[in-house]
Design a protein around this ligand. Structure first.
Ligand code: PA5
Length: 444
């Protein structure tokens, strides 16, 4: 079970911070558990690991098997909450080098998360002659990036396999009843999966949004949901023992003490996209009304050789949250070298995990000494179960944190501003006046 170590924030926050946050946390907890707070239309994720649609879950597993049989490549089209969770879990559990590995499961290519022609074209080239399936994921069905990408891949698929063949290879994950993608999928006869109404994009990784691509890569989604369900039970208990309460209280106290940036760090390169997922979860949930910690991320030890300088001695606006796995999956000992030219024989025979742990401890002490409070989240080994626990833990702590901040953690009104400008500049019907205004501004 996850453990949150708050020892290394003590000197930066008032000693009584936990007691002072007990009442607001209890209130936030009730709002989440009873769906009685602001944004309560979007708290379906709170009980999702228990209440998920079991029939659909079986269909997800069956579709994943079918994809594995029919294709050596799966194109997953989506952006934001319809992308980052699946990518984070697949990288963490199957490796960022998954496509290069020998395996029985299909390569995975993510598309629809950019408007770059080069990136889109590269995915088409990488697929090349491989047999491929498509999972297009969009709750609204109207998001520009995935919608444009889907046009390309749908066309490619239909050219290669014909209309009928393509129908058997395209899977759409979208709203249950509404939206353009739902209408298109029904008209074309694609198999569809549901993004539940009450689950917003950034909280949707444990729905079909994340589960289908994750299962297609061979991850045990029963174990993933099992970990999430156990963490759901732990987080449902009010009180200081609740790990999500501990994390939410600590980061809230650090924010109130003047810290503006939270860096999520890990010493496993495979965790990098989990930090991208976490950044969206916290950034989109908290960053509103002129408030909120800015979520950043680092991959140690690599970034100790770049961002390490700033963290140690730059503006004192930061704190770090370090995700520490219990043990790596691989035992690897440092070799002995006769000549000892690099002077490293004092490490010969030592496990790499020991070396990494000393780096973690040394860095923690240095950063705390340099004025960067450190929270450590201890999780078990890197498995589907522990990742399920961690996902739910972060989601629950995020809901609590948003309520502590006094904002709605489940909306994202600010995301619309750039979209409106982009549509106007692209000449979308209905945006004519705005287009003229923006062109005028750009011409100055
Ligand atoms: O969290 C969110 O709501 C967003 O990041 C969305 O997931 C993202 O904009 C994609 O939206 P959609 O799934 O509707 O295409």
């Amino acid at each position: 079970m996850i453990q949150v170590n708050t020892n290394n924030i003590a000197e930066f926050v008032p000693a009584a911070y936990q007691a002072s946050l007990a009442q607001p946390l209890a209130q936030a907890h009730t709002w989440l558990q009873d769906a009685s707070g602001i944004g309560n239309d979007f708290v379906g994720w709170v009980h999702l690991p228990r209440d998920y649609d079991k029939e659909e879950f079986s269909r997800i597993k069956a579709a994943a098997k079918k994809i594995q049989q029919q294709s050596t490549a799966l194109v997953v089209i989506g952006i934001g909450g319809s992308y980052l969770g699946a990518r984070g879990v697949i990288d963490a559990l199957c490796s960022p080098n998954y496509n290069q590995k020998k395996k029985d499961t299909p390569n995975i290519y993510f598309a629809g998360n950019t408007l770059s022609a080069d990136a889109l074209n590269e995915v088409v080239e990488l697929i090349g002659e491989q047999d491929f399936s498509i999972n297009v994921i969009s709750k609204s069905g109207t998001t520009t990036e995935p919608a444009i990408s889907f046009r390309f891949f749908k066309e490619l698929c239909e050219k290669k396999y014909g209309k009928e063949g393509a129908r058997a290879r395209i899977y759409a994950t979208t709203d249950k009843t509404h939206g353009v993608l739902k209408a298109l999928a029904d008209a074309e006869g694609y198999e569809t999966f549901v993004v539940p109404d009450s689950v917003g994009g950034r909280y949707s990784v444990l729905s079909a949004v994340g589960l289908l691509p994750i299962a297609a890569c061979g991850v045990d989604i029963d174990a993933l949901m099992g970990g999430a369900a156990d963490m759901m039970a732990a987080c449902a208990k009010p009180g200081q023992e609740n790990p999500a309460w501990q994390y939410a209280a600590a980061r809230s106290a650090l924010y109130q003490s003047g810290k503006k940036i939270e860096i999520l760090a890990s010493y496993e390169p495979s965790f990098r996209f989990m930090t991208e997922w976490w950044k969206q979860l916290y950034g989109e949930s908290e960053g509103k009304e002129g408030k909120g910690l800015f979520p950043a991320s680092t991959e140690f030890t690599a970034d100790l050789h770049s961002m390490g300088q700033y963290i140690q001695q730059g503006e004192r606006l930061l704190f770090e949250t370090v995700v520490r796995y219990e043990k790596p999956l691989t035992a690897l000992t440092v070799p002995f070298d006769e000549s000892d030219g690099d002077g490293l024989n004092f490490l010969a025979g030592k496990d790499m995990s020991f070396v990494n742990e000393q780096a973690m401890d040394g860095t923690l002490l240095a950063h705390v000494e340099g004025g960067v409070p450190n929270l450590v989240i201890h999780i078990g080994q890197n498995t589907a179960y522990t990742l399920g626990e961690l996902i739910y833990f972060f989601e629950y702590a995020c809901g609590l944190s948003g309520y502590l901040l006094g904002i709605n953690p489940f909306d994202q009104p600010g995301v619309e501003s750039y979209k409106k400008n982009m549509f106007a500049l692209l000449g979308k019907p209905g945006y004519e006046d705005m287009r003229a205004e923006l062109l005028e501004k750009l011409s100055k």
